[in-house]
Write a protein that binds this ligand. Structure first.
Ligand code: 7TS
Length: 416
C-alpha cells in the first residue's frame, strides 16, 4: 500500500494552514472522502439526477440501477448474501433505532431483558432505554474488564439468564478494543437471544463477514468508511426482516394501497419509505469500490502498524495515560486504530485546541460514550486520535511534538 499515492486521492489532505498540512486524526468521528466518491456524487447530479423506482425513462433507470448496485456492493463487502438484506437509512444511529422500532417493538414484552455492554456508544444505549421504558422491560449491562475488553465471564453469566436481545459494539470508538463478535453471537444464540452488532467502527477498518459472525442485525455508517454522510446500513437476516412490520409508511415501501389497508413491497424496499438518499447510496457504492481496490486487509495492517508505533511513542512518555489495550497486550485481532489518552495536567479540550494550532485534528470529550468514559474509565473526558488508511507515521511524530507544545503552553512539567 503506497500511502503517498493514497493520500493524493483525498484532496483535503493537500490543504494547509499556517504552512502545515492537515493531520487528520479523527476518522472515528468521520472519514475523509476520496475523489472517487466526490466524483460519483457529482456525476449523478450532473448526468443522471432523477428519482428511482418510478421513471420509465433513461436517467431514472440509470439512477435506480446505480442505487441498487451500491447495495449489491455493500452486500458483497460484508457477505450479506443478498442486497435484499441491506436496508439503507441515515446512519448507524438510525439503523439501531430502526431495529428497535420494528423487531424489538414487536418482540420485546414486559419483563423481558435486553443485554448490552458498558462500552457502547450512546446510539446503542439510548434506543434501548427508550424501548424498555415503553415496554416495561429491563436493560442490563456487561462489565468492561481492567484490560479494556468486554468481561467475558460476566457476559457468559448475564447471557445465560436468557435476554431476548443482545446488542454490542464490534469495535469500541473510545478504547479501540475489538470484540469477538462471532463468539459473543454464538453464546447469545445458544441462550435464545437475537443479536445486533454495532459495526460503525468495524466495517471501515476490518474485514467483516456477517454470515460468519452469525448475527441477526448489523448496523454501520457510510460516512466513517469514505462515503457521504446521511446514509447508513441496517443488515438484517432475511427471515427476520420478512417476519416483521415496517416502522415508517409512505411511498416506495408498499406493493398496493387501499383506503383501509396496504401491502408491503419486497425486501429491502419495505423498510425504505419515501424518496431515499439516492446520491448517498451512489457515493457509498463508490466508497465500497475504493476500499475493495485498496483491500481492507491492507488497510487493517497499515492501521495496526501505525497504532503499534503510536502506542510505543506514547508509552515512552510517563505523563501520558492511554485508555485502551497497550502495546504489550496487542494481538492482531484485538485492537483497532483508536487511541484515547490524556496528558497529565492538561484538559483534553486544551490538548485538542493546542493540537489544532498545529493543524492536527483530534477529538476530545466523552465521544458519545458517557457511561464508559465517566463511569468505567472514570474521567470527565479524553483526547482521542483515530487512524485510517491515509494516516502516516510522520503525523504521529507531529502529535508527539504537539504534546510538548501543550506542556509548554500550559506550563506543565514533563514527567520523564
Ligand atoms: N456506534 C459507534 C461504535 C460509533 O462510534 C458511532 C459514532 C455510532 C455508533 C454512531 O454513528 P452515527 O453515524 O450514527 O453518528 N461515533 C462517533 C465518534 O466516535 N465520534 O463521532 C462519532
Amino acid at each position: 500500500m503506497d500511502i503517498e499515492e493514497i493520500r493524493k486521492d483525498f484532496p483535503i489532505l493537500g490543504t494547509m494552514r499556517n504552512g502545515k498540512y492537515l493531520a487528520y486524526l479523527d476518522s472515528a468521528a468521520t472519514s475523509q472522502k476520496p475523489n472517487a466518491v466526490i466524483d460519483a456524487i457529482s456525476d449523478y447530479y450532473r448526468n443522471y439526477n432523477a428519482n428511482i423506482h418510478r421513471g420509465l425513462y433513461d436517467i431514472s433507470m440509470k439512477a435506480t440501477d446505480a442505487y441498487v448496485h451500491s447495495k449489491e456492493l455493500v452486500s458483497e463487502m460484508i457477505n450479506a448474501g443478498s442486497y435484499r438484506n441491506i436496508i439503507y437509512c441515515r446512519n448507524t444511529t438510525e439503523a439501531i433505532n430502526l431495529a428497535a422500532l420494528t423487531w424489538a417493538e414487536e418482540k420485546i414484552h414486559e419483563g423481558d431483558h435486553i443485554l448490552i455492554t458498558k462500552m457502547e456508544h450512546h446510539s446503542n444505549i439510548v434506543p434501548w432505554q427508550l424501548l424498555v421504558k415503553r415496554k416495561k422491560a429491563v436493560l442490563d449491562y456487561v462489565e468492561v474488564d481492567d484490560s479494556f475488553k468486554v468481561d467475558m465471564e460476566d457476559y457468559a453469566e448475564k447471557v445465560s439468564l436468557g435476554p431476548k436481545l443482545v446488542s454490542f459494539t464490534h469495535v469500541s470508538n473510545v478504547l479501540g478494543s475489538i470484540n469477538d463478535a462471532k463468539k459473543m453471537t454464538s453464546m447469545a444464540h445458544g441462550n435464545g437471544a437475537v443479536v445486533l452488532v454495532d459495526g460503525a467502527q468495524s466495517v471501515p477498518h476490518i474485514k467483516v463477514d456477517v454470515e460468519d459472525i452469525g448475527c441477526d442485525f448489523f448496523a454501520f455508517s457510510s460516512h466513517k468508511m469514505l462515503g457521504p454522510a446521511g446514509i447508513g446500513v441496517l443488515y438484517g437476516k432475511e427471515e427476520i426482516l420478512e417476519g416483521i412490520q415496517p416502522a415508517l409508511g409512505g411511498g416506495d415501501m408498499i406493493r398496493s394501497v387501499d383506503f383501509d389497508e396496504s401491502t408491503w413491497n419486497e425486501l429491502p424496499w419495505k423498510f425504505e419509505a419515501g424518496t431515499p438518499n439516492i446520491e448517498g447510496g451512489i457515493g457509498l457504492g463508490a466508497a465500497v469500490e475504493y476500499l475493495k481496490k485498496v483491500g481492507i486487509e491492507n488497510i487493517r495492517k497499515h492501521e495496526l502498524d501505525l497504532t503499534a508505533y503510536a502506542l510505543k511513542r506514547f508509552e515512552e512518555d510517563k505523563g501520558i495515560t492511554v485508555y485502551g489495550i497497550r502495546s504489550e497486550g496487542m494481538e492482531s485481532g484485538n485492537r483497532a486504530g483508536v487511541i484515547s489518552f490524556n496528558i497529565e495536567g492538561a484538559h483534553p479540550h486544551d490538548t485538542s485546541t493546542i493540537f489544532d494550532s498545529e493543524n492536527i485534528a483530534i477529538r476530545a470529550g466523552h465521544h458519545c460514550a458517557m457511561p464508559l468514559v465517566n463511569k468505567v474509565i472514570g474521567v470527565p473526558a479524553v483526547a482521542r486520535m483515530s487512524f485510517y488508511l491515509y494516516n502516516k507515521e510522520e503525523e504521529v511524530d507531529r502529535v508527539i511534538e504537539a504534546v510538548e507544545k501543550v506542556r509548554k503552553v500550559l506550563r506543565l512539567g514533563r514527567k520523564a
